[in-house]
Ligand binder design. Structure first.
Ligand code: PHE
Length: 343
């Protein structure tokens, strides 16, 4: 039999007892030393082979050690129980004077903030806010707006940017479709703005997305001219950016207006001198507009001899990017909280 080193055993058992953190662990250590098949029991059993005198001596030493360790185990068990009790008490203790934890509140998306601001400005100038469906028919999105069947925007293949649906219909490619929907059901005179999401087949980059937001405007009355449009859009920019801005009108073409024009805003970064924001031109393209085409009035059932009006379509994403100096449109749709939490 190997030499029995009770001193070492005692030392190790004590070390292990000390290290345990819970009752389960303590039980394991107990079994290892004092259990039926524990080390001390094994030693006692092996003593049979020894001569009587020696057996008695070692036997009493082992029993002494057993008693000693039992006490150590009991002490440790008490210690652990006491700690558990303390922990429970700590947990249950409530400091009613501590300030409450602030719940994380959601907030409006920057596009919504801008949409609301824009609506508010137009409402104060007598415009009503109207909405229309995102899924459209070719009639409302194209035909009724005087867009011919062979117009490139309608191309189902590579050229066109319209997203057609398998079941028929399409995702509206602009908010102009709501012009017709509104005029079908309402009589002039009126002023409306139509904010809404629109869809296009695009390769995305920092200024292109497969969906974005537009604000359509339509004012119809008996004596409306480009001068009315100019006054309203100038006032809008002044109120939106909160300072004196300058705009210019350029001739342009859209099938649903005649004449058609585009509105540029003087670059807010360089005041028209030319910088990287405006590609050195001093101006920023902001919206398409024009006087409503007689064929559009006819589509809606109005007599173009009596009624005149202007229409415009402006990108809300663009406006938001300018207001908050955001350089990538994709951030709006990324759901990235590092971006969103700044608003
Ligand atoms: N619907 C046009 C576009 O999406 C913008 C526009 C609206 C132009 C109304 C003229 C009048 O580009």
């Amino acid at each position: 039999m190997a030499k029995i080193n009770l001193k070492l055993l005692k030392k190790e058992a004590q070390k292990e007892i000390k290290k345990t953190r819970d009752l389960k662990g303590l039980n394991e250590v107990f079994n290892k030393y004092l259990g039926k098949k524990g080390e001390l029991s094994l030693i006692l059993r092996s003593l049979k082979k020894l001569p009587k005198l020696r057996r008695a001596k070692i036997g009493s030493e082992v029993n002494e050690l057993k008693d000693f360790l039992k006490i150590k185990f009991e002490q440790k068990a008490e210690e652990i129980k006491e700690k558990i009790k303390q922990k429970i008490e700590e947990k249950e203790w409530i400091d009613i004077t501590a300030p409450g934890r602030k719940p994380a509140l959601g907030h409006l998306h920057p596009l919504t903030l801008v949409k609301r601001k824009v609506e508010e400005i137009f409402q104060s100038m007598g415009f009503t806010v109207i909405e229309g469906p995102e899924i459209e028919t070719e009639w409302y999105n194209f035909d009724a707006l005087n867009i011919p069947k062979d117009h490139p925007a309608r191309d189902i293949l590579s050229l066109g940017k319209t997203l057609y649906l398998k079941a028929g219909g399409l995702m509206r490619s602009h908010t102009s479709s709501v012009q017709i929907r509104y005029m079908e059901k309402n009589n002039p005179p009126f002023r409306i703005v139509v904010p809404g999401r629109i869809f296009r087949q695009e390769s995305t980059d920092s200024s292109h997305e497969i969906n974005f937001y537009q604000l359509e405007g339509l004012m119809v009355d008996k004596n409306i001219s480009v001068a009315n449009f100019k006054a309203i859009i100038e006032e809008f920019f002044r109120r939106f950016f909160g300072k004196d801005t300058k705009i210019r009108l350029r001739p342009s073409y859209f099938p649903f207006v005649e004449p058609g024009l585009e509105v540029d805003l003087i670059c807010l970064s360089c005041q028209g001198k030319g910088c990287s924001v405006c590609s050195q031109t001093g101006w920023l393209e902001m919206l398409g507009a024009g006087m409503v085409h007689p064929n559009v009035f006819k589509s809606a059932g109005y007599n173009p001899k009596f009624w005149q009006g202007f229409a415009f379509g402006m990108g809300l994403d663009r406006l938001t990017m300018m207001k908050y100096k955001i350089n990538d449109i994709r951030l709006f749709y990324s759901g990235d909280l590092r971006f969103l939490n700044q608003f």
